[in-house]
Each structure stands twice: as C-alpha cells, then as structure tokens.
Design a protein around this ligand. Structure first.
Ligand code: SF4
Length: 109
C-alpha cells in the first residue's frame, strides 16, 4: 500500500508494513489513495470514487480499516476518506475538506 518514495519518506525508519498489506488490492496504486498537493474538490471526488472501486472486495478491508483508525492515517483506507473517519469520531491528522473552518480574517477579506 505504501510504496511511493514520497510516502515512504514520511515513515519512521524502523517502520515495517503489517503482513496483511501484502494482500492489499491497492498495492501499487498509491496515487489513487492519497491526495496530490492542491487537489481540487471535483478531482478529489473522482479520485476517491476510483479508489473505493479498488477497495470493493479487497480481502484485507477489515485489517485496513482497523489500521487506519488506530494510526490516525491520511488518505483513503478501506473505502473511508478522512472525512468519513472524522464523521465516525475517529481522530484525523488535520482538518478535512468538509470540516475545515474559515478564519475570521479570511471570512471578511
Ligand atoms: S481496503 Fe482498500 S485501501 Fe485498504 S488495503 Fe484494500 S484496497 Fe487498499
């Protein structure tokens, strides 16, 4: 699941993938599961829909969902976006697109 050089650079040096990741249907598809910089909302909707199609029927969906919930992950895991996890009360690493609030100065500018 996490095989891109940029994603790997964010991991602790001693991190090792759990064994279930070897059976992930998304192996090699990191681009679909993590937003590129400055992704526009319509592109995000399309990318996440494509990612969810990969998740459908994935043999490790339960492991994947549990991992994402336990590790406060970015991106789409087990068909759940950061917004989906936040809606369930799961901590997310940063404000998500639906939950981001405007600062007073931005609202009046
Ligand atoms: S459920 Fe989806 S995100 Fe999780 S391992 Fe499977 S394909 Fe990847």
């Amino acid at each position: 699941m996490i095989e891109s050089p940029s994603a790997a650079a964010l991991l602790p040096p001693d991190w090792r993938p759990p064994s279930w990741m070897n059976r992930a249907a998304c192996k090699g598809r990191t681009d679909l599961f993590f937003a590129p910089r400055a992704e526009r909302p319509p592109a995000r909707v399309r990318r996440e829909a494509a990612a969810r199609r990969v998740c459908e029927g994935c043999p490790v969906m339960v492991d994947c969902r549990d991992y994402a919930h336990q590790h406060t992950e970015y991106g789409l895991w087990a068909g759940e976006s950061e917004d989906d996890r936040s809606d369930q009360g799961v901590p997310v690493p940063a404000p998500t697109s639906r939950h981001r609030t405007r600062t007073p100065s931005a609202a009046t500018a």
